[in-house]
Design a protein around this ligand. Structure first.
Ligand code: UD2
Ligand code: MN
Length: 417
């Protein structure tokens, strides 16, 4: 035992000395920041190489951008004497960085997506009293059991429990003007049990929150890999065709809120809502997490050009949205973990939603894709819109031009009734 341990330590040492240390040395050397007493014509190249990989990709992709950065840097140069110290170096780097991000965002603004007019708008009487800031019927911590032997209630039982539901799973308070008109968008394929648990608990909760809300289930009916982010874009556009929503909550079907004091409203900045989940011991997985449940105002979503359409399979689409928000200089808010508590239904990953091997390379160019990959490049075919009593289900074909195929047949993907 002892000998083999020594041998292993020896091997590690060997690897470190002969491979790792020289590499570290070279790597370190290559990144030494040169300080110039005065500028020479090439210094911007060194600076630009120090920028984040997002920005770097962005420059590489667009020769016009490269030319405009050169001009921009020349202007900086003519105004200054030279880079005196590390602090100044960082300052110039930041200036170039924000210049680049601003140019990218200009593209987003130029390509802005135009929404269709909704079929119908809200019709509360003008003189109606607004609902209270703190809805009076909230209960706080709730009993949620996602593992019932008899399974969740049926769709018709759920509808019977909420008699005031209007067609398509729309509800609004009949006694005050809701503070927010909220579309809940669920990316979906073949998870009927999850959907029933979700509806069985969430309708009651959202009603106690006194929201004007509707549940949109966006059902991917083609046989390509699952594309959560593109489904969310489809949900956004299709919901906006129906009603003048102000606020969007993008919601995994397998999460159920355990405390109704966590209000599904849209505050002034994009929000990550699924802060504390039982599966992760009610702790945030990592600081930049933006998966699970998020909310954004209609305007914010348009400004961000929605989600990317290019993430086929599991993972990365949420981090890409995190990057977009960061680039747009928005902040991410989170409700307190004491109320933003969720239970997650236990599940495996579907073979039609395998981890996407391209997610890492896609995430390197979030910034350069932002202005052209999203709402303004969205293409899909709606196959059917079902206005069930408990929810609106939008069957959508996301397209199949060379996209990875799921390893299941279309028949298997159809929801069971
Ligand atoms: C995590 C994120 C999720 C998303 C995903 C990566 C949390 C809590 N969740 O979820 O938001 O970023 O990683 O893509 O951080 N779905 C179906 N049918 C399928 C596959 C997926 O309906 O065949 C829907 C469903 O709404 C599900 C969601 O997509 O909740 C996310 O998929 P998942 O639950 O399999 O992935 P998970 O739990 O790792
Ligand atoms: Mn899940």
């Amino acid at each position: 035992m002892k000998d083999s341990a020594n041998l292993t330590i020896g091997k590690i040492f060997y690897v470190l000395v002969f491979f790792q240390f020289p590499l570290l040395y070279i790597f370190h050397k290559g990144h030494t920041i040169p300080f110039y007493a005065s500028y020479d014509g090439n210094y911007y190249k060194t600076l630009v190489k120090e920028l984040s990989s997002d920005v770097w990709e962005f420059i590489n992709e667009d020769q016009n951008k490269l030319a405009s950065i050169q001009t921009f840097v020349m202007q900086l140069q003519s105004k200054n004497e030279g880079i005196k110290d590390a602090e100044e170096y960082e300052l110039v780097k930041d200036t170039i960085s924000s210049y680049l991000i601003d140019t990218a965002l200009e593209d987003v603004t130029n390509n802005i997506f135009h929404l269709p007019k909704p079929e119908k708008t809200h019709d509360y009487p003008e003189n109606w009293q607004s609902c209270l800031e703190t809805p009076p019927k909230l209960r706080g911590q709730l009993e949620v059991d996602l593992n019932q032997t008899a399974g969740p209630k049926s769709f018709s039982e759920i509808a019977t429990d909420s008699p005031a539901l209007k067609s398509g799973g729309h509800w609004s308070p009949a006694y005050c003007k809701a503070k927010n008109r909220v579309a809940i968008v669920i990316p979906y394929r073949n998870r009927e049990i999850h959907l029933r648990y979700f509806l069985m608990y969430m309708h009651k909760t959202l009603q106690r929150q006194e929201l004007d809300y509707q549940i949109f289930v966006v059902n991917q009916v083609d046989d390509n890999s699952f594309n959560r982010a593109k489904l969310l874009n489809v949900g956004f556009v299709e919901a906006m065709k129906q009603y003048d929503w102000q606020c969007f909550v993008f919601h995994d079907v397998d999460l159920v809120l355990e405390n109704d004091k966590c209000l599904y409203r849209c505050p002034e900045m994009p929000r990550h809502i699924s802060v504390a989940i039982d599966k992760f011991k009610y702790k945030l997985l990592y600081a930049a997490i933006f998966g699970g449940i998020t909310s954004m105002t209609t305007d914010q979503y348009i400004q961000l050009n929605g989600y990317s359409n290019l993430f086929w399979g599991w993972g990365g689409e949420d981090d890409d949205m995190f990057n977009r928000i960061r680039f747009a200089n928005m902040k991410i808010l989170r409700p307190p973990p004491t109320t933003a508590r969720f239970k997650m239904i236990k599940h495996d990953h579907e073979s039609s939603n395998k981890p996407n091997p391209k997610r890492f390379s896609l995430l390197k160019n979030s910034l350069s894709r932002m202005s052209e990959d999203g709402l303004n490049s969205l293409e899909y075919t709606v196959k059917a819109i079902h206005k069930f009593p408990t929810h609106t289900m939008i069957d959508v074909d996301l397209g199949n031009d060379g996209r990875p195929k799921a390893k299941v047949t279309l028949q298997q993907l159809r929801p069971q009734t």
